[in-house]
Each structure stands twice: as C-alpha cells, then as structure tokens.
Design a protein around this ligand. Structure first.
Ligand code: FEO
Length: 397
C-alpha cells in the first residue's frame, strides 16, 4: 500500500525509509535506518524529483502510482545520480517512455555508465545548465549547479512558486523518517549530531564547493528545503545554514575537546581519562572521549568538525600507529580538516614512535597547530607525569 504525504497544495513526499540497511554506502553505520526522499509535483505537468534506492523499489512505485492517480509522468529531474537516488530511473523511463529527463550533461553521461537502455532515449533528454528554467504550470523551476556536493553532476532545483529548494544531498541527514516528515514536528536541535555526522562524512571534504552552493543559496528566497535524505526543513533553515557555514569553512562549533585513543592494555586510556577529568575541572564543557577500536570513525570525524581541539592518543603497534588510529587519522586528513589545535599522546613499551608518526600524517593540514610538547608514556602513566598532563591541559585551554 502507498505511504505518501502531501507537503502542500501540489507537492507530495513519495520517498521511502530503509530500516534494514546497516551500513550506508557500505561504510557508515545507520542504526536508525536511512530515508531516500523523492518528491512529486502535480501541476499542469507532473514532475518527479529523483528516485530512491533499489532496495525500496516496491514502496516507491506504490507511492508514485498513488500520487499520479493514472496521470502520465511528464518529467523526471535528476538532481543527483548516485544510486541511492537513481537506482530506479531506468524503471521509471521504461514505465513512462515519453518522459522528459531533465538533467545536466554530466548526469546524462553517468546515467549511461550505470544503465544500458534497450531503446534510444536520446530525444528524452532536456539538458540544463546553470540558471536554466522550466515552467510546468504555475511552478517555475530553476536549476542551480552544485558540483561535488556530493558528486560532480550534482545540482539543486529551486521552485520559485512555493520558494522550495530541492537540495539533493545538501542539508540531509542519516536516519529513517519516523512518521514526522517536517523539522517542526521533531525536536530538531537534538538531531543536529546526525546532520553533522552526515555532512562531515559525506561532503565534508568539499567545503569549497559547499561554500559555492551556500553563496548561490543566499540569492534565493528559501522557505522550504526538500533534501534527498532526512527531514523536510521549514523552521530551521537559518539554523542549518549557519551550521553549514561553519562546517564548510572548517570552523568549530564549540570551544571544546574531542579525545580519540587507541589503547591495548589500558595505559593510554588511563592517561586520556585523567586529561579529560582535569579539562572538565578547568571548565571545558562537552568533552568527548572515543576508543577508536569501539567507535566507528564517522562519529569521531563528526566530533572533530564540532570541536576546536583534538587530542589523539595512541599506543605504538608494529612499530607504527595502532591500526584503528591510523585509519582515523587518514579519515581526518581525507576530510580536509582545518583550523584545529592538535595534542598528541604516544605510548610504547619499547621503541615508542606513534607520536611522531601521527604528527607526520597531520602536518599538511591547513592552519593546524600542534601543542609544543607531546606526552610520551612508557607502558603506563607515572605519578611524575601528572605535570605533563597539567601542561597539556593548560595548552588546551
Ligand atoms: Fe544520497 Fe550522494 O547520495
């Protein structure tokens, strides 16, 4: 049976939530599921904005059929060709062979990379460029290119009639839709962690390109954002834009400390627990400690985006950095983290070298500062090293 929702007079939500998925993109844990949002505009012409993941095909077509109510589907707008949104495009084209496919040249190229079509669909395409418009009745759609937010073909679509931005991956989040489709139906501020984790891991690397999109968005009067994942945003547009401004410029939200550690027998953990305790007593709020062996790096990357200071503490392992810590640091580097202060704690029972190796991996990040002294532990922290911890606390204040 269909499961749709009317958004306003002629716009319908026809997306689907996947609660069986464990790892989004086969990488990111999504213990609260994932929504794949799709929208149908029912004006003089009918317009479908993107499709959903293949796993959700049955529900999607039930929804589409219900809202179309036997009308033909005139247009499909492809804002983003990643398969979590494009997997059913071929099925849609097969079902509606006269449909106009509205997309940019790059998306067209990618469409043929993902699909082989039995029929010639060349005449179905309506290729759009920056600022092109499409009038479908009282709604006028304007296409705005957003390359690398999240793939090179990504674009967003602005509907000037009801001032809605169909924002592709931008302004999305991990998590299924739990009945409540709109931000005003939930305690949105409480959900910001999953918005940040989604942003930082999915498009965090592309801050420059996100900034370009944000600058374009400033020229649009946006009253509603319809992203491809997560809630439809009406009441928290400014709040989310402000967060995106910080995230895209790699500026921390909080003057706080995130501590990630790798510890085999507890010596390194002991040191970071003492460090966090002392930081808290000096007034630092919202400190987070993560064991890299237990917490997926996507959560830690998100906290690195939130906090102004980062402490990495690792045992030496195989004459290198502990493997899970090395993975996290690679992730930090590949997400282009900037404007942070890093503290380093190393440990080793013999041939301790993880500290220098960590610094080496991070040294090319832009505008990062390293605390002058690293803390070096031989197996376990000694009473005499409390001074070292106190010094690190001072430097982190
Ligand atoms: Fe939700 Fe980049 O796909």
């Amino acid at each position: 049976m269909h499961n749709t929702r009317k958004i306003n007079e002629d716009l319908f939500y026809i997306g689907v939530s996947d609660r069986k998925i464990a790892l989004f993109e086969n990488v990111y844990p999504v213990c609260e599921g994932m929504s794949y949002n799709s929208y149908l505009l029912d004006d003089e012409k009918t317009v479908l904005f993107d499709t959903v993941d293949k796993a959700c095909s049955g529900q999607f077509f039930d929804n589409l059929n219900k809202v179309l109510n036997s009308r033909p589907l005139d247009y499909i707008v492809i804002n983003h060709l990643e398969p979590d949104h494009s997997a059913l495009i071929k099925d849609v084209i097969d079902k509606y062979p006269n449909i106009k496919i509205v997309c940019n040249q790059k998306a067209k190229q990618m469409l043929f990379q993902f699909f082989e079509f039995e029929n010639d669909i060349e005449n179905n395409f309506q290729i759009v460029k920056e600022g092109d418009t499409l009038t479908i009745g009282k709604h006028v759609l304007t296409f705005v290119m957003a390359p690398m937010v999240h793939w090179p073909e990504t674009m967003v679509t602005y509907d000037s009639y009801n001032k809605t931005l169909f924002s592709a991956d931008a302004f999305g989040a991990f998590g299924a839709i739990n009945g409540n489709l709109f931000d005003c139906e939930v305690d949105f501020i409480c959900k910001i962690d999953e918005y940040r984790r989604y942003y930082s891991n999915i498009v965090g690397k592309y801050g420059t390109q996100v900034n370009m999109l944000l600058n374009k968005a400033k020229n649009l009067d946006i009253k509603m954002i319809c992203p491809l994942h997560g809630l439809v945003i009406k009441e928290n547009i400014s709040y989310l834009m402000e967060k995106y401004n910080l995230w895209a410029n790699y500026l921390p939200e909080d003057d706080s400390v995130v501590i990630a550690y790798a510890s085999v027998y507890g010596g390194t953990q002991n040191a970071v627990e003492i460090l966090a305790n002392k930081l808290a007593q000096k007034g630092v709020k919202n400190i987070k400690i993560y064991d890299v062996s237990h917490t997926h790096s996507s959560y830690i990357i998100s906290e690195v985006f939130r906090c102004s200071k980062v402490v990495l503490a690792s045992t030496t392992y195989n004459n290198s950095i502990f493997v899970k810590m090395e993975h996290l640091i690679k992730d930090i580097v590949s997400h282009n983290i900037q404007n942070r202060k890093f503290g380093i704690i190393e440990n080793g029972t013999w041939a301790c070298c993880s500290g220098e190796l960590i610094k080496e991996m991070l040294k090319n990040l832009k505008n990062v500062e390293f605390l002058d002294e690293k803390i070096s532990i031989k197996s376990a922290l000694k009473k005499i090293q409390e001074n070292d911890i106190d010094e690190m606390v001072k430097c982190l204040m």
